[in-house]
Design a protein around this ligand. Structure first.
Ligand code: PLP
Length: 505
């Protein structure tokens, strides 16, 4: 028979080449792959004989034993069979379907349409990676460069030295007992939360998703602040529930408007960020909290209280969360370690009534059993041994300094006559800035200058205003040092007010 056209790809890995045994192995596997490819291409058809081992060895200039090893591999994989005294031939029924003819493949692909099979289409939004920009004003971004990795590493290595084997297998989906204990104690101390149960999640987003799945159904309504956190909205909407936006003013959400909306019925959930309203950072005062709570009791509406960055409050003690005074037990409190560690730590928690926590734990079991236990054990150690508190103290001091620096910078732009306005935030990690002019296309222009920030267009659930009328931007002050903030602001202000991004003198 005529020689096969074999496309041989020996391993280019220099380590493999250096290691004689591995190199040989790589060779016989490469030959097996090339022969398999030739069979798939139909160079040799089912039941036809392959060229003899001697011929193949000659053609490929390799040892006959290498060819025999390749053929044995193909026999094991079910592509060829050995025939006594007549060498090797291709089996009658090839072992995989990719041996379809080209036209059959085309037809099969057409018939199996993934787009058609999707029960739902989750919007695919191109993700801009904020951290890749030299000036990252992303509002909730901590300065990850300041995280005490060495300290954390030593706790991690202790965890691995004396692993709690039992906890490392499947089991309780509520999270690592030690960490639940630590966070519960911490919340009792700093947020006065008692009488509720706590469960650890793979970030608070997972909590938001599971809460939505358990409590909402198509036709339900979820009341949300007019300016808010789109990932939470997306989780609510995925259930088929409808978002109803509640007016907010400079003091936060307006209870009178909430009362009107609740009176219309069907609202199952109210999602709030009372301490540092997202994205404006305003703290909801006690009077409004009481009004809102009473409305929730009256209409039987559960409140999801997202206390996402309560650690960072500068001028006074932060107001206690609504979950701390919840006689009816209707507040579901969620928070996260994403701000005090980093987003990819994926440690969030939900604190709520035991019936809900039990259901959330059962739901989590369906999704992913449990979150990363080694990391949870390590964080628990970090908290037990005081590292967590120390880091928090250092970061709070640093972020307060950075807030003050940004305030001072912005004031100096005001003194130069720029029409910007802002309130100094008592806490949080960002300033909500009224630029006094349209911010349409600002984000895209700034990205091309190496600056990442978010604008009102991304946070305002109401899209009815003409685009030119949105004026606010959110300036995160935590992730960058003073030099970076000053340089970044310079680019922003130049682009906004003189249309250029050259530094001002
Ligand atoms: C309002 C709000 N909620 C929650 C989170 C945290 O989410 P996760 O714990 O899933 O990282 C963030 C983080 O950006 C946030 O800004």
């Amino acid at each position: 028979m005529k020689a096969l056209n074999l496309n041989l790809e020996f391993s280019p890995d220099p380590n493999l080449a250096a290691n004689n045994r591995s190199a040989k192995q790589a060779k016989y596997l490469a030959i097996a792959n090339a022969l398999r490819q030739a069979i798939k291409e139909g160079q040799v058809a089912p039941t036809e004989a392959l060229p003899s081992a001697r011929k193949l060895a000659q053609q490929l200039a390799v040892n006959r034993h290498t060819i025999m090893a390749a053929l044995a591999e193909l026999v094991a994989q079910g592509w060829v069979e050995a025939k006594e005294r007549s060498g090797y031939r291709v089996v009658e029924n090839l072992p995989i379907q990719s041996s379809f003819t080209a036209s059959k493949v085309k037809q099969a692909k057409q018939d199996f349409d993934w787009q058609f099979r999707l029960k739902q289409n989750v919007p695919v939004t191109p993700k801009v990676k904020a951290s890749q920009y030299p000036y990252n004003f992303s509002g909730g971004q901590p300065d990850i460069r300041k995280f005490p990795f060495d300290e954390f590493k030593s706790h991690f290595s202790q965890t691995c030295q004396r692993p709690k084997i039992d906890d490392l297998s499947y089991g309780d989906s509520r999270g690592e007992v030690e960490l639940i204990k630590e966070i519960s104690t911490y919340l009792r101390r700093v947020r006065s939360i008692t009488d509720k149960e706590l469960m650890i999640c793979n970030g608070s987003q997972e909590a938001l998703y599971m809460i939505s799945q358990l409590l909402l159904q198509p036709g339900d309504k979820v009341a949300v602040e007019q300016l808010g956190y789109p990932p939470a909205w997306a989780a609510f909407e995925r259930t088929g529930a409808e978002l109803i936006s509640i007016n907010q003013d400079e003091r936060g959400i307006v209870p009178e408007h909430l009362a009107q909306v609740l009176a219309l019925g069907k609202v199952k959930l109210l999602y709030l960020t009372p301490l540092h309203q997202y994205p404006t950072t305003v703290s909801l005062d006690i009077t409004r909290r009481m009004q809102i709570y009473q409305l929730a009791v009256q209409y039987g509406v559960a409140i999801v209280e997202d206390d996402y960055d309560h650690e960072f409050h500068y001028d006074s003690q932060p107001i206690a969360p609504m979950a701390a005074d919840d006689p009816a037990g209707l507040v579901i409190y969620i928070s996260t370690f994403s701000k005090l560690m980093f987003g990819s730590a994926r440690i969030g928690y939900v604190v709520a009534n035991n019936v809900l926590i039990e259901q959330l734990a059962a739901y989590k079991m369906l999704m992913n059993h449990k979150s990363n236990v080694l990391v949870q054990q390590t964080v628990a150690k970090w908290m037990q041994q005081g590292g967590f508190e120390g880091h928090l103290r250092r970061m709070t001091r640093l972020y307060q300094k950075r807030r003050d620096f940004m305030v001072q910078q912005l004031k100096s732009y005001q003194e130069k006559g720029l029409p910007i306005h802002f309130e100094v935030p008592a806490g949080g990690m960002a300033i909500w800035l009224d630029t006094g002019k349209s911010i349409v296309n600002l984000k895209e222009k700034l990205l091309s200058k190496g600056v990442y920030l978010q604008t009102e267009l991304e946070f305002n659930i109401r899209k009815e205003l003409p685009r030119e009328e949105y004026r606010f931007i959110r300036l995160g002050f935590a992730a960058m040092n003073e030099t970076e903030v000053a340089q970044g602001l310079n680019i922003v202000m130049n682009l906004l007010y003189s249309g250029s991004s050259e530094p001002t003198g």
